[in-house]
Design a protein around this ligand. Sequence first.
Ligand code: ACO
Ligand code: KIV
Ligand code: MG
Length: 524
Amino acid sequence: MTLIPMTPANKSDKDRVVIFDTTLRDGEQCPGATMTFEEKIEVAEMLDDMGVDIIEAGFPIASVGDFEAVAEIARNARNAVIAGLARAIPGDIARAGEAVRHARRGRIHTFVSTSPIHLAHQMRKSEAEVLEIITATVKQARNLVEDVEWSAMDATRTSIDYLCKCVEAAIAAGATTINLPDTVGYAVPDEYRRMFKTIRERVPNADKAIFSVHCHDDLGLAVANSLAGVEGGARQVESTINGIGERAGNAALEEVVMAIKTRGDVMPYWCNVESTMLTRASKMVSAATSFPVQYNKAIVGRNAFAHESGIHQDGMLKNAQTYEIMTPESVGVKQTSLVMGKHSGRHAFQHKLEELGYKLAENQLQDAFVRFKALADRKKDIYDEDIIALVDEEMAASHDRIKLSSLTVIAGTHGPQRATMKLTVNGQTRIEEAEGNGPVDAVFNCIKRLVPHEAKLELYQVHAVTQGTDAQAEVSVRLSQDGRAMTSKAADPDTLVASAKAYLGALNKIVMKHQRDLPAAAAS
Ligand SMILES: CC(=O)SCCNC(=O)CCNC(=O)[C@H](O)C(C)(C)COP(=O)(O)OP(=O)(O)OC[C@H]1O[C@@H](n2cnc3c(N)ncnc32)[C@H](O)[C@@H]1OP(=O)(O)O
Ligand SMILES: CC(C)C(=O)C(=O)O
Ligand SMILES: [Mg+2]
């Protein structure tokens, strides 16, 4: 398998798919996605840089703001054709013409319903009346600009005979692009493919226009239908960044582009979009619309190049093609991420440690891995800092003579707080209970009973290693005895366990430093 065949070497014009972006029009139509004038200008600039062929910048009759945004985008565009949408109404068409007239290449995109349900209830017009409207409005648009797109709203629920008549009339009146939208996301791929094939075979002047797909995702089929339409002869794909759009959204531009680029082995098509800009585009549109991108979204979701399970991580470390069909770089992601979690295995854990600069002996690695799994069972997100804390503690504790086996603390509004602790001291197990003025005090009193010592507590500090309520607490404890101070740190999602470990860490250091046996009571 070759990754990213990109544009086939023998690309031919007949296989070129023109990418039409409607993020600023259909994308903005979804509830809550409204963008400001400045945001629209910024998004349009990015789409232009990315090599999108046509940018549908808005619906100029909809508002003064929309008109001004379309006009400004038209003035600024360097490469892309700038389209403005218009109903089959003279005032809409005139306004769209006015908005795109400053573009180096402007397009009026006019549409009218063709399905029986739309004709009866939305338009309240007969088929014959709509045919006349198509001819008149496309001609009007064509008098304003060279480039006219005509769309049959609800094409997929329209009788094929009537659709053929409408398409023929639109082309005869001067439409250069014919868009047959699946407005309500009703079609299935083979049906949509056949519709294009039939229309292109039956309409006598079909070769005078480019056919276009425009799919909605109500059944989750928008991208599949778009590609099927291309198989049926369409050569323009209308889509939006992140798939935003009316109801369940439109076909996602990034998915269409990457399907075409990745599966060049089964589809001869190519397009001009610079795929390495897709992630940036996704982030920009998400920020402008305040629409989050779902984590598992194809191509641009944060998990699209992330692997947590041990078997996949192992495969990825051996050869990235085992679990990735495209490189992260090809869509503008720096690198694959191997996310450490409870499904991770030893290979990935060791790799992570090496990345963090650790080289552990086999037994240390094994111990650290066991503790990592235990932590991952309790904590949702494991960050690098968690692993660093865990390994540092593991290394520091490897020579300890006093080790924490278990701890239970009863705390709450009704004191005194009580701690029960089990320690291993020089290999022997000891259990004690103690009360305290607060849970930490109870824990430390327990240690003093289990391992009597003279050391004084000089510092006790807690901070969170990472964010969130399940973050590990990192506790620092400093003890001093005979003029020597020893500090130790420990981390655990439970602050009291971290406190006990940090105290014991400092105590162990004191025991070692003094190069002498444990106090008699502890050692006995
Ligand atoms: C499938 C799609 O995405 S279509 C695009 C949808 N996008 C939008 O609607 C966003 C922008 N829309 C708007 O700002 C407003 O709806 C406007 C400015 C276009 C029209 O507003 P209003 O004049 O108040 O009309 P309203 O939206 O209430 O009703 C739509 C009218 O347009 C008519 N209409 C709908 N589509 C078309 C069309 N393609 N051609 C001609 N008339 C149409 C409807 O029949 C209705 O007409 P009626 O008043 O004679 O019944
Ligand atoms: C205006 C048209 C092209 C549309 O958005 C649709 O039919 O979904
Ligand atoms: Mg639409």
